[in-house]
Design a protein around this ligand. Structure first.
Ligand SMILES: Nc1ncnc2c1ncn2[C@@H]1O[C@H](COP(=O)(O)OP(=O)(O)OP(=O)(O)O)[C@@H](O)[C@H]1O
Ligand SMILES: [Mg+2]
Length: 289
């Protein structure tokens, strides 16, 4: 019998508590979806990794390979079907303030100003109004929106909305920032400005970041390590980016051998997996997710 949801042999207790004390540890994560035609697809397949404190991880892979699914599990928005996820050694049971997410479209509340949107996460934490306001204003300044504190989303450009989304995520002072193609919908110029902004924030705040992108230039520019997911949802490759920080001018960086070589490595990894397809199992043969 094919058991899609079969328990993995490896449990977190079997793993040596590493001397590196990773901020995040995934062990054998799997995710199965039950489709309306009663077939099950395994979207994520035995994914294990460690992320060190302050590391910048870029997650890439072809469309539909499971990047958003993995990010949502890392955020605690939904559980994995199998496997363990730990943050600072504690098992993740749902969302909490240690992780914040930035989405492709910032998804701001349209009736609230920039300040009001950034205050949102702090309201749910019961932070007093004056303190909330001060934090929101400081973070909006930090992301370059000094002039836009009182604008509503319909009065902002796409780049401004993404900056508000980033400030909102930073407001709860998370240890880990999860970003799902946050610059994907922006024009090239705004995108470059926000990449530079994010690199600067990462230098200053040393937050751990897990960032999804399809863009290989963006991956090499931002990442310490690039995780490549295969079309069958395995973590196929982990590629180090051997470029020191601060990274400097993107245009100059793109001409450097280390940049070109790393970009080519990622491209080759993805190319080698083209055409792989996920097996489907009928629900009666396996476990429902
Ligand atoms: N709730 C769901 N139910 C069933 N299948 C789903 C569900 N969510 C996602 N999928 C499927 O899981 C696979 C992975 O989806 P996911 O959105 O994680 O991919 P992705 O790598 O983020 O893709 P993209 O690059 O296009 O954003 C896809 O085949 C998708 O159709
Ligand atoms: Mg996605």
């Amino acid at each position: 019998m094919t058991r899609v949801g079969m328990a993995k042999a490896r449990a977190i207790e079997d793993i040596d508590p590493t001397p590196l004390h990773p901020i995040m540890r995934a062990v054998g994560l799997e995710k199965d979806y039950l489709l309306p035609d009663r077939t099950i697809i395994r979207v994520l397949n035995d994914i294990s990794f460690d992320v060190a404190e302050g590391e910048f991880i870029v997650l890439t892979g072809q469309s539909g390979c499971g990047k958003t699914t993995l990010l949502r599990i890392l955020m605690g928005l939904m559980p994995a079907s199998q496997g363990d996820l730990l943050v600072r050694g504690e098992r993740v049971k749902g969302c909490d303030h240690r992780r914040a997410m930035v989405f492709q479209a910032a998804e701001l509340l349209p009736w609230r100003t920039a300040v009001g949107n950034v205050e949102l996460g702090l309201e749910t934490q019961g932070v007093p109004k004056a303190e909330r306001r001060a934090t929101a204003e400081r973070l909006l300044d930090l992301v370059g929106l000094e002039q836009a504190h009182h604008k509503r989303p319909d009065q902002m450009s796409g780049g401004m909305r993404q900056r508000v989304g980033l400030a909102r995520a930073l407001a709860v002072d998370p240890d880990i920032l999860l970003m799902d193609e946050p610059f994907g919908a922006l024009d090239a110029h705004t995108r470059e400005a926000l990449q530079a902004e994010l690199l600067r924030l990462h230098e200053e705040m040393r937050k751990t970041i897990i960032f999804v992108t399809h863009d290989l230039d963006e991956a090499v520019l931002l990442a310490d390590r690039v995780f490549v997911l295969s079309p069958v949802g395995t973590l196929a490759d982990v590629i180090e980016v051997p470029i020191p920080r601060p990274r400097g001018e993107p245009e100059e960086l793109r001409t450097k051998k280390a940049f070109v070589d790393t970009r080519y490595k990622i491209w080759r990894s993805m190319k080698s997996m083209e055409g792989m397809t996920r097996p489907r199992v009928t629900a009666d043969e396996g476990d429902a997710p």
